[in-house]
Design a protein around this ligand. Structure first.
Ligand SMILES: [Zn+2]
Length: 433
């Protein structure tokens, strides 16, 4: 039956239940002292949800629903009809409709969200994670078979995987999103072929992806504002207004409202919480993104390891020129940039040699870091001439290094990658070339 037919058929179900003395969920509306709701049912498309606050009241509403369906010749699909009891566990309780016992379930999928007895929504996040991972691996497989560029893979992740991971987050966003974050990090690491020691923020920086928790916060708050500035007659707005009043006078601490309050307050925007009509989505999104960039910058500034990275990385996001560099060369460049290599500056860390004593084995007086080997070390002077323009290694400095690594010329970058490959292999394979 189509949803429209269903609505036409069931248009008087609510008044029928009311007239037949069914009890309802009672919602006290603080904001408009004289308005009350009676909530018997939720109808969406061709789904019906019956609600009650006790076993006897529920039996009553089931009975009336059964009568109503009989009256109008509406058939109930018993195999799909389930019962969920929230809160305290009830033992040995059974419910029947048309003499058929209905199954009591511990969780139920409704409109893409999985409801569980404890009223938490972590199960939905777990399911989104599983679905998102499947989509991600499909992209990875396809990228391998068809040789998709890195940019293309990032685009597919954004347009296919992210919507799956974030589905329904407007509702469950207050829960811990760590497992979703892991999927995104796995993806970044995989497509850039970087190892597990690579900082998460660098992975995001290289791909231009934003932490999941920021995306979630933006959507939760945006949705909340949409409800709070929507028509005052809408049920959903009235319900949320009730929740808000209960929250503000500490009668009931809704996790969802608390999350919105906390998120806005932490970002110095509590005024939006108190007056949703003043909300500016762009401003809020920008604030969260700025904070992410700030956090990454602080992290990079406090780390010796990323000295070189900071100098040569021009901007947030994937550098498209790298799509034109053939694998595996491009991966050598990636690894080299972020410190996934065995140059003395990295291996020195393993035996805790202080940073300023991680000398080049060949030169002794100079630190064996990325800059040293690409621009200075005599060990590679012949090869350097072959692969790099003399402008860069004659009186080299970080400024010239940045210029070289940020060139948008395929030939120049390819030759740089070839040189880097030799350096990286030399250290990986025990100082031979
Ligand atoms: Zn040296």
């Amino acid at each position: 039956m189509s949803s429209l037919l269903f609505s036409i058929f069931l248009n008087d179900l609510e008044s029928y239940l009311n007239e037949n003395d069914c009890d309802y969920i009672f919602v006290r509306d603080h904001t408009h002292m004289h308005v009350f709701f009676k909530l018997f049912i939720l109808l969406y498309a061709d789904d019906t949800v019956l609600l009650a606050t006790s076993i006897s009241k529920f039996r009553k509403i089931m009975k009336e629903y059964e009568n109503y369906c009989a009256l109008w010749n509406v058939e109930i699909n018993f195999s799909k009809s389930k019962i969920m009891i929230f809160g305290t566990q009830r033992k040995n309780v059974q419910f029947h409709m048309n003499n058929i016992e209905l199954e009591i379930v511990k969780e139920y999928h409704y409109l893409g969200i999985t409801f569980t007895k404890n009223r938490r929504l972590i199960q939905t996040i777990k399911e989104n994670t599983a679905k998102g991972k499947r989509a991600m691996f499909a992209i990875i497989t396809r990228a391998k078979n068809e040789g998709l560029t890195i940019s293309c893979q990032i685009h597919l992740f954004k347009t296919i995987v992210l919507p799956i991971l974030l589905y329904g987050c407007e509702v469950w966003g207050f829960e811990d999103v760590g497992i979703l974050e892991k999927v995104q990090i796995y993806f970044c690491r995989h497509i850039l072929k970087l190892n597990k020691t690579t900082q998460k923020n660098i992975l995001l920086y290289e791909t231009g992806l934003i932490p999941i928790n920021i995306l979630v916060k933006c959507r939760v708050v945006k949705n909340w504002v949409k409800i709070m500035t929507g028509k005052t007659t809408k049920y959903v707005r009235k319900m949320v207004e009730c929740l808000l009043v209960y929250y503000l006078n500490t009668e009931h601490k809704s996790n969802w409202i608390h999350f919105i309050d906390k998120t806005l307050t932490e970002n110095g925007m509590r005024n939006f919480f108190l007056n949703p009509y003043s909300y500016r989505h762009d401003e809020f999104t920008l604030r969260l993104e700025d904070q992410f960039h700030q956090e990454v910058n602080n992290q990079l500034n406090n780390s010796n390891r990323t000295l070189f990275y900071r100098a040569i990385k021009a901007k947030f996001g994937f550098e498209e020129i790298l799509d034109e560099i053939k694998p595996p060369l491009v991966y050598y460049l990636m690894k080299f940039k972020v410190g996934n290599h065995k140059l003395p500056v990295e291996t020195g860390k393993w035996d805790q040699t202080p940073h300023n004593e991680r000398y080049c084995h060949h030169c002794i007086e100079d630190i064996g870091d990325e800059f040293h080997y690409v621009f200075l070390c005599p060990l590679f002077s012949q090869l350097r001439k072959k692969y790099i323009h003399p402008y860069f290694y004659n009186r080299p400095n970080m400024y010239k290094a940045a210029l070289l690594f940020q060139r948008k010329n395929r030939k120049v970058i390819t030759r740089l990658c070839m040189f880097i490959k030799i350096i990286v292999d030399y250290f990986n394979e025990g100082y031979r070339y």
